[in-house]
Design a protein around this ligand. Structure first.
Ligand SMILES: [Zn+2]
Length: 386
């Protein structure tokens, strides 16, 4: 009973403390959407540390425990709950750094704000970074663009990435998080991936997103369009047509090393790749382009092989050969004996903003609003309120 009273008074004191001091402590930090990013999924253990020490909160019992500075704690999945050192906690824990200037580290990598670790239904750990959306964007930007790029191109990317995140919140709700740190969402590198220039672009566009008729847009983007961006309905089956994703001519990405590409592949290799991916084909004889979209990209291919013919979507063919080998579906072919030479333009699916084009526009003096209006026509940039 005494212990409970003690806890109660500590709680009251904490509330008073927060009420009295939070305006000054919080500085000018404004409220923002908190997102949950899965950084480790289904692992047996994780190492946690923070240079200024950290605390753990058991989300089941409310118990708080402080963990020492500069010690690395091994957090383990156990049958009775989650084990930290000699102690067993419940199945869901939240960790916070005790110092504003020091981020928590998970397996040596720094992450902003909080970490939640919980047991999943397989008895392993899911490690989730819970953080404000702007801090999340700091950790995404350098994976998408170079910090050396003109600031207006970086700002355009910040708004595109923010829109993408907001639109995809809750995508992995079943697993207990909003986004995955890997390529399936946007590649998130945590504190290690931050750069002052890209973070500045995030700050300068704080809260801004792209909308169409009051809704967040599907802010697709890609590296280099090769001269024309693609209508979303040509890129993937089942996509809704949107006036802002019809594709535009792009003059701005041409002077980049990524604009032209070529790759020569043995027919034998093509046959193997198709079979590995579930298409039953015999020795490939020739490949014919069946059709092209309005942007010039290959819509369908016909593959003539020893056992017959196979019709395949251009995009599906690219993905199974490897998106960094066949860099785009804007290609032509040349048959050369037992090999086929593919040569094309651009890198990526071609839908939405062309990143190298955005850079080119910024170098010609365009601001980020002009860049975004160019690649997503008929849209607006708005400050998004929850
Ligand atoms: Zn382009």
């Amino acid at each position: 009973m005494r212990k409970e009273f003690d806890l109660f008074f500590r709680f009251i004191f904490l509330i008073l403390f927060v009420l009295l001091f939070s305006p000054s402590l919080a500085g000018n930090r404004l409220p923002e959407t908190i997102i949950r990013v899965g950084i480790l999924e289904n692992v047996y253990s994780a190492n946690l540390s923070a240079a200024g020490g950290f605390e753990v909160i058991d989300l089941g019992t409310g118990r708080h425990a402080k963990l020492k500075k500069s010690s690395i704690y091994l957090v383990l999945a156990a049958s009775e709950g989650i084990r930290i050192g000699d102690e067993i906690f419940g199945p869901a824990l939240r960790f916070k750094s005790l110092s504003d200037n020091e981020m928590l580290r998970v397996n040596g990598r720094r992450y902003r704000d909080g970490i939640k670790i919980s047991l999943n239904n397989k008895g392993n750990l899911n490690v989730i970074n819970e953080l404000g959306i702007e801090g999340y964007l700091y950790g995404v930007m350098t994976r998408e663009v170079s910090p050396e790029w003109p600031i207006e191109a970086l700002k355009a990317q910040a708004v595109v990435s923010r829109t993408y995140v907001m639109k995809n919140l809750g995508k992995y709700d079943k697993e207990g998080f909003d986004l995955s740190a890997t390529i399936t969402s946007q590649v998130y590198g945590g504190g290690e991936a931050e750069d002052p220039r890209t973070s500045k672009a995030v700050d300068l566009t704080r809260g801004q997103v792209i909308t169409y008729e009051g809704e967040l847009i599907k802010s697709f983007f890609h590296s280099n369009c090769g001269g024309r961006t693609e209508d979303v309905t040509n890129a993937w089956e089942g996509e809704q047509p949107f006036p802002y994703l019809k594709g535009v001519v792009c003059y701005f990405c041409k002077k980049t090393h990524q604009y032209y590409w070529e790759k020569t592949i043995k027919k034998k290799m093509l046959t193997e790749k198709l079979n590995e991916n579930g298409y039953s084909v015999e020795e490939i004889k020739k490949i014919k382009i069946l059709g092209r979209s309005s942007s010039g990209r290959v819509t369908y291919l016909k593959i003539y092989h020893g056992g017959g013919r196979l019709k395949i979507r251009g995009n599906a063919f690219r993905m199974l050969m490897g998106p960094n080998i066949i860099k785009s579906t804007l290609f032509a072919m040349e048959h050369m004996g037992n090999r086929i030479k593919f040569y094309g333009r651009g890198w990526g699916h071609g839908v939405g903003m062309c990143q190298w084009g955005a850079k080119g526009m910024a170098e010609r003096g365009a601001n980020y609003r002009q860049i975004l209006r160019y690649y997503y026509p008929k849209t607006k940039i708005e400050k998004w309120e929850d």
